[in-house]
Design a protein around this ligand. Structure first.
Ligand code: S3P
Length: 173
């Protein structure tokens, strides 16, 4: 099975959906944030604080390089993965890229009170909306398949992802 790479803004549920599909399809799941945390031995928020964002982004790019040759993986990427052109190129070559999208309203409700995300914590809906807009072009340009999560259950999202991925893969050599 071709890898499936999940992208999308913080809080859209990339890890949850990847996990559910990994159980349905017996595919291995790689959560890039968790892998980086394991390698560095620190939580993402602490990595940002101690080493800075660039260090974290370098770890992210190195990990994507490592995953390029693998098969049968569900890769859940951190929301900022699309910011680097190199990363966009790597994910394109790694598998079918699924963008999970949501409104700024939904995202703000999910992330603003959570401490785990250094770039989102304490942000107003307006700030989240601005950040989302500034990244939107990169998300869309990177996506093979787009699934909106607004007003859908986890199983509805999983079915839609799998249906659209299968459809997309039919046309990939
Ligand atoms: C980030 C998203 C986070 C994590 C880091 C930076 C971003 O991952 O990689 O805090 O720049 O959007 P999630 O999308 O899993 O929250």
């Amino acid at each position: 099975m071709r890898n499936i790479v999940f992208i999308g803004f913080m809080g859209v549920g990339k890890s949850t959906i990847a996990y559910k599909i990994s159980k349905m399809r017996r595919m291995k799941i790689i959560d890039t944030d968790k892998e980086i945390e394991k390698k560095v031995g620190m939580k993402v928020a602490d990595i940002f604080e101690k080493h800075g964002e660039e260090y974290f982004r370098d770890m992210e790019t190195n990990l994507l390089y490592e995953l390029q040759g693998e098969r049968n993986l569900l890769i859940s990427c951190g929301g900022g993965v699309v910011l680097r052109e190199k990363n966009r190129e790597i994910i394109h070559n790694t598998g079918t890229v699924v963008l999970l999208s949501a409104s700024a309203y939904t995202i703000h409700n999910r992330v603003s009170r959570n401490d785990r995300r250094p770039l989102a914590r304490g942000k107003s809906r307006h700030e989240i909306s601005k950040m989302l807009k500034s990244r939107q072009g990169f998300y869309k340009e990177s996506a093979d398949v787009i699934v909106s999560i607004n007003h859908k259950t986890v199983s509805m999202i999983c079915s839609e992802v799998l249906r659209k991925v299968e459809e997309f893969n039919k046309n990939v050599k």
